[in-house]
Ligand binder design. Structure first.
Ligand code: COA
Length: 136
């Protein structure tokens, strides 16, 4: 059984999960638990998924105004727990915590590897989405 909660897991545990999930596959920037911890601390909505043994199996980090928008910044599932509905569950829990699907728009930027997942769970590909990204 998987349980989602608003728990903020220790940064080392979260960093380990993110690395193992493959999320940083194409990232060349230096990343460490401190940086990830600051990013999570600066986010006002975090959903954590654990199994019945208390093992961290997934995490979702988002920024929301709890009125109109919820921007998902991180979504990751432990490799041995993928394809069991946890990613879908985490996004649904974040959406609900942000105010619910009839009130709040969920937005995110997908990694190339995850586009099939977002399509599969019924999210719409947007065309009028812009960014300023000078990070090398
Ligand atoms: C993307 C990710 C979060 C999906 O989590 P997950 O728990 O494996 O996904 P779920 O089990 O909830 O999948 C829901 C559905 O999408 C499908 N799916 C999952 N990953 C998929 C993928 N990469 N491509 C196509 N379909 C996918 C599942 O088979 C399932 O289909 P079903 O409704 O027929 O059962 C996970 O693979 C992950 O952590 N990836 C690495 C990090 C990453 O890229 N995160 C996204 C950042 S934008």
């Amino acid at each position: 059984m998987i349980t989602c909660s608003k728990e903020r897991a220790p940064k080392e545990e979260v960093f380990d999960l993110l690395v193992r999930s493959g999320l940083f596959g194409g990232v060349t920037l230096p990343l460490d638990a401190e940086k990830i911890g600051r990013a999570f601390d600066g986010s006002n909505l975090v959903i954590t998924a654990r199994n019945c043994d208390g093992l961290l199996v997934g995490v979702c980090r988002a920024l929301s105004d709890f009125e109109r928008y919820c921007f998902v910044a991180t979504l990751a599932v432990a490799p041995e727990f993928k394809r069991r509905g946890i990613g879908r569950m985490l996004l649904a829990a974040a959406h609900e915590a942000a105010g619910g699907a009839t009130k709040v728009v969920l937005l995110l930027h997908s990694t190339p590897e995850a586009t099939g997942f977002y399509e599969r769970i019924g999210m719409k590909r947007e065309v009028n989405c812009f960014s300023l990204n000078n990070i090398s």
